[in-house]
Design a protein around this ligand. Structure first.
Ligand code: ADP
Ligand code: MG
Length: 683
């Protein structure tokens, strides 16, 4: 929108009183620009139609002539006005309810336009709205915009004000998109699009106007992102890790397995970034079990070999302990010192670790958000890795980053989404994706069963235990709640001990102390227990390759991504693994999720369906501050357009003249205004 229109207060329009202006402000409309960009969310169809094309029960608008005197019937408080009207030479009955006052206006021979539901059998229209063309028509023959209104603002009033604003200021609406882009995608010129989105002649025109504005919205968003990235890229104030290729190759060669091609590829992307002098900010996405930990470990190793320290922040203590155990073992032969810092460390231990860290004796610090406390001081922090990054707020991640001088940052997530979407949502991050799982992994067989089949589920556990494998049994809540009919983990644990006396059943839930939790997890990992009954504290990251059976109680209470995460706790070896979802068959969208789970175990596909089911806001969660809010665009429906907009914006910002030529002044002005609104750049 031309900036000038945003400088004109909406009060400039006739008939906007102090009260009305307050009510407009409540809708977010302060200026003429805001008003013109207050788009309708749908249209009411008042276009004239012929009976031939109308089906029984459909809404129609027809032009009719009053054919006979109307008759008025009263039933209690209801008044029914019946009138024979002729439409296209055919006589039908028009029926109004509680519009007795119209009786005198329906003079024989007078034209009337009626909108209502067509009853084929009775040849009757139940009129919802009507008007007389000889009084000057307003609605009929058109698509009328429907806006979201509230307070004292009515639909009719707002339509009128927007019409006035279009008439008075429409000519001032400037084009914003480069001509090349408008031409490439055959977009409506901006001025026309804004007029047509409010007053479309027909639905195709409305759609075209919308398409143009959606494109613009996505393009401007991408432009903002990329301009910001380009500006940041120019600051060589990060750490240029001197990494030797052979160090990485030797380290990889000593692993007990061969890295997948995908892992090698992302390691190349990450180390190439680390070598550069600007600060890396990279997202590593890969499905559950795709082997992200070893990639992180190699990046941390590279940083240490280059003379720096590394930090690995994870969302739960269980996961911190697990990473600590595996990385300690992994780095042992190389003399790399790993330390663990969680909230439950004793004061003394904590002091020791912090001293070691400051003196540079600790090379890699692993921990929960305990890592971001003030007294945690690194001597030379080079790389920060966050695992399951969606569990952290943007704030927490940036605190950790500020513990070094622009250290490189790698954020890992197990909820992989299409690249463009990731780049869009995660703003200024570059994205690396692990596309395959390690070789020899069988797809996890997934079943959804009813609670009544518990006996068979127990039989399943027994059978897997006989094969020497282990099982997880997940409960949604830890305590009996009267309202929710949920079986709790403690009860289930007791019950399973009775039904499976030959097996060792462990228990893990959020009310246990950190030490107890760690013990339960360690026992399970060491195969001292066969079954682990747990709440969702194990949801993320836990890696016990010998576990082959994941049972989820009340699975319909879980979201799709969460179920996929839980399922990802098995299928981490070459053994066939299973996932049994115990769900209430009456839970309607629950069943949809169960079906999706049984259909696929591809994390991308699961994420796509979850996004569809829940919408971007909920999917990415409130902590993920990067999720853009669009007025018109829908990240899922308009995805193809998002990709084009992204490419176009990239092409444009790469042109030197974009930053200098007067023809792009409008866009540069837009970028300046956005930066000013935002204040500080993103995380
Ligand atoms: P996630 O990506 O879910 O964090 P992990 O990093 O926990 O996955 O890896 C899952 C399991 O796969 C671990 O036991 C890990 O040791 C193993 N693993 C990782 N990469 C490979 C590989 N290339 N070949 C075989 N096993 C691998
Ligand atoms: Mg992991």
């Amino acid at each position: 929108m031309g900036l000038d229109l945003f400088a004109i207060p909406v009060e400039k329009l006739r008939g906007v009183s102090t009260q009305k202006s307050g009510e407009l402000h409540a809708l977010g409309i302060y200026t003429i620009g805001d008003l013109l960009e207050y788009y309708p969310f749908r249209y009411e169809d008042y276009r004239l139609r012929e009976f031939g094309e109308v089906k029984d029960g459909e809404k129609i608008t027809v032009q009719a002539v009053v054919a006979a005197f109307p008759s008025l019937q009263r039933y209690g408080r209801t008044a029914r006005l019946l009138c024979a009207v002729s439409v296209e030479g055919m006589v039908v009955t028009a029926v109004w309810f509680n519009r007795a006052f119209l009786k005198d206006q329906l003079e024989v021979g007078r034209e009337v336009i009626v909108t209502g539901k067509w009853d084929q059998r009775r040849r009757q229209i139940t009129v919802a709205e009507s008007e007389f063309p000889d009084r000057g028509t307003a609605r009929s023959g058109t698509l009328q915009p429907v806006y979201s209104v509230g307070g004292g603002i009515t639909q009719t009033w707002l339509r009128k004000k927007i019409d006035e604003a279009l008439t008075q200021y429409g000519a001032m609406i400037p084009e914003l998109l480069p001509a090349s882009v408008v031409h490439r995608h055959e977009l409506m010129p901006r001025r026309e699009a804004i007029v047509r989105i409010h007053r479309p002649e027909n639905s195709r025109e409305g759609q075209e106007a919308r398409r143009r504005m959606v494109y613009e919205e996505l393009f401007l968003f991408e432009l903002k992102l990329q301009a910001y990235r380009a500006a940041n890229r120019k600051q060589p104030d990060g750490i240029a890790h001197p990494i030797k290729g052979e160090d990485i190759r030797d380290f990889a060669a000593a692993l007990p397995f061969e890295l997948t091609d995908s892992q090698k590829q992302v390691i190349n992307e990450i180390t190439a970034d680390m070598k550069r002098s600007y600060a890396m900010n990279r997202l590593l996405q890969g499905d559950v079990g795709s082997g992200k930990t070893i990639v992180a470990a190699i990046a941390l190793y590279a940083s240490v070999k280059a003379g720096y320290q590394g930090a690995l922040m994870v969302p739960t203590e269980i996961l911190a302990e697990q990473h600590y155990r595996s990385l300690t073992k992994l780095f042992e032969p190389y003399g790399v010192q790993v330390a663990l810092l969680t909230g439950s460390a004793t004061d003394r231990k904590r002091r020791d670790i912090l001293a070691g860290l400051e003196m540079g004796l600790v090379d890699i610090l692993i921990g929960t958000h305990a890592l971001i406390q003030d007294d945690v001081i690194f001597r030379k922090l080079g790389l920060v890795v966050t695992d399951e990054q969606h569990r952290f707020g943007v704030g927490q991640r940036s605190v950790l980053r500020r513990k070094g001088l622009n250290p490189d940052v790698l954020s890992m997530t197990a909820t992989p989404i299409p690249r463009t979407l990731a780049i869009t949502v995660f703003g200024d991050m570059d994205v690396s994706t692990i596309k395959e799982r390690p070789k020899g992994r069988l797809p996890i067989k997934t079943y959804s069963v009813k609670h009544e089949m518990m006996d068979r589920v127990v039989g399943f556990i027994r059978r897997e235990a006989e094969l020497g494998h282990q099982a997880f049994f997940i409960c949604p809540l830890i305590e009996e709640s009267e309202k929710l009919d949920v079986q709790n983990a403690i009860d289930l644990h007791t019950q399973l001990k009775l039904t499976l006396p030959e097996l060792k059943i462990g228990l893990l839930h959020g009310r246990m102390s950190a030490a107890e939790k760690d013990q339960a997890m360690a026992d399970f990992a060491a195969k001292l227990t066969d079954v682990l009954v747990s709440t969702t504290v194990i949801e993320v990251g836990v890696d016990v390759p010998n576990a082959t059976l994941m049972i989820v109680m009340d699975a319909d209470r879980f979201g799709l991504s969460q179920l996929h995460q839980l399922r990802g706790r098995v299928g981490r070896s070459e053994f066939q693994s299973y996932c049994v979802l115990i769900a209430n068959p009456k839970s309607e969208n629950g069943q949809e999720r169960m079906k999706a789970m049984a259909d696929t175990d591809d994390g991308f596909e699961i994420a796509r369906r979850d996004l569809e089911l829940r919408g971007p806001g909920e999917f990415f969660g409130t902590k993920q501050s990067g999720v853009p809010e669009f007025r018109l665009a829908n990240l899922i429906e308009d995805f193809a357009m998002l990709e084009q907009a992204r490419d176009d914006a990239a092409e444009l910002t790469a042109l030197p003249e974009f930053w200098t030529s007067p023809s792009y002044e409008g866009l540069r002005e837009f970028l300046r205004r956005e930066a000013a609104l935002q204040g500080e750049p993103l995380d």
